[in-house]
Design a protein around this ligand. Structure first.
Ligand code: KG4
Ligand code: ZN
Length: 402
């Protein structure tokens, strides 16, 4: 296939299905670059994690994130091209996360992608990070031609910044999304991170709690998670996907700030604070604490608390998502985003969705968390449609998915 600019612009999508897209992701605390062929074959996927930088603070520090992205972006992109056996000249397009995310962090990826696209005269594609998470599912299932995926799809995007439910449709490579639920306060991943922090377990909390929960009793502590009222039903009829506006129909909202407070209250009433402080100090003295290090510093009561917290979170996510799936009569379920790496969440979704006769797909655990392969994959349908952005497009920290 010719790589000349003239050729690229006159060949249509139908006779040019093969495209190498360089994806760049810098929305939060991972610098990612990947080369993906035609939305389905990962040639490389490099992720430089900033965990060590943010660990001492127990959460992402935006200024540090931008600085780390600046340091990492050039070597990460070079490595992605080298591992893919490609060059700057041989890729067909450059895709970059436009939002949502940290403004300064997004700007690093966007500025770099713009400079590359300008210098190389390649088309530039802007991708919504949440759409990337949804396309991670398709990418890995080798389902980019949608064999096996029946629409409408319900996608739960559950990460450090989002707990969102979207109805997804596709027509002639044009994907559209309608939000039918979101968190009213903390995202699920944020709750995992905050609970881990308040228990002195380290950062990021999700993978640590996932590992520790295996050794605890999930029935030991009872937590109530807030149930949201869904007032707006208007003229909605179940199964009617055609003329609905964003606000029509029932919403399935989440709320996770209460459970974090409940964990804090439990810690106070059970006098766990001194043990937590001792654990925090012990972990601070270990350069790169492993799960085994953390496990060794946890008593039974802590393990039980962690397992009970995780069980409540998982149950709430699964029950609300499956209720939404029934209400909107969807035919396939996607679960993606960092929290989709959680083993109990995956197992529970698989079991409960099967009882409802609903196929459920996840990305692999590695592709559940932030990466650039999902950005390159989500860009492919846009590439086919010629949906390129001008050089003056901006980062959108609060970008909505539609
Ligand atoms: O998608 P992601 O990498 O970044 C955002 O877009 O936010 O998600 C990161 C979030 C963090 O809150 C992290 O604690 C959580 O995903 N996470 C997990 C697991 N692995 C990552 N939560 C629960 N269980 C896990 N195994
Ligand atoms: Zn993410």
């Amino acid at each position: 296939m010719s790589r000349t600019r003239e050729k690229r612009h006159c060949v249509t999508a139908i006779i040019m299905p093969d495209a190498l897209i360089l994806g760049i992701e810098t929305s939060c605390d991972e610098t990612g670059a990947a080369v993906v062929r035609s939305g389905q074959q990962i040639l490389s996927n490099v992720v430089a994690s900033q965990i060590a930088t943010h660990q001492p603070y127990g959460g992402v520090v935006p200024e540090l994130a931008s600085r780390e992205h600046l340091r990492a972006i050039v070597p990460v992109v070079r490595q992605a091209l080298a591992e893919a056996g490609q060059t700057y000249a041989s890729v067909d397009a450059i895709a970059v996360t436009q939002g949502p995310g940290l403004a300064g962090a997004l700007l690093v990826g966007i500025s770099f992608a713009k400079a590359l696209a300008f210098a190389l005269e390649k088309p530039l594609i802007a991708v919504n990070h949440l759409e990337g998470h949804i396309h991670a599912v398709l990418l890995e299932q080798r389902l980019s031609e949608n064999a096996g995926v029946h629409f409408p799809v319900l996608a739960l995007v559950v990460s450090g910044g989002h707990t969102h439910l979207y109805l997804a449709q596709v027509r002639e490579n044009l994907w559209s999304y309608r939000n039918i639920g979101h968190t009213r306060d903390d995202a699920a991943g944020e709750a995992f991170d905050k609970v881990a922090k308040l228990l002195g377990l380290g950062y990021p909390g999700g993978p640590i709690i996932d590992g520790l929960a295996l050794d605890g009793d999930p029935h030991a502590v009872k937590f109530q998670i807030a149930q949201m009222k869904h007032p707006d039903r208007r003229d909605y009829k179940p199964g009617d996907h055609r003329q609905l506006q964003e606000d029509d129909g029932p919403h399935f909202d989440f709320s996770y700030s209460g459970i974090k407070t409940a964990v804090l209250r439990y810690v106070e009433t059970q006098n766990m604070k001194a043990a937590i402080e001792a654990r925090r100090q012990a972990l601070a003295g270990i350069e790169k604490p492993t799960l085994a290090d953390t496990r060794g510093l946890c008593d039974r009561q802590t393990l039980n608390l962690v397992a009970s917290f995780q069980r409540s979170m998982v149950n709430d996510l699964v029950v609300k998502t499956l209720a939404a799936a029934r209400e909107y009569d969807v035919r396939t379920l996607f679960v993606s985003g960092g929290v989709a790496a959680n083993r109990e969440l995956r197992a529970t979704f698989e079991r409960e969705a099967a009882m409802q006769g609903l196929p459920v797909f996840f990305p692999s655990r590695a592709l559940s968390t932030d990466n650039a392969a999902m950005i390159a994959a989500a860009a492919f349908p846009k590439f086919l449609r010629g949906e390129f952005v001008a050089m003056d497009f901006c980062a959108e920290a609060g970008m909505a998915l539609r």
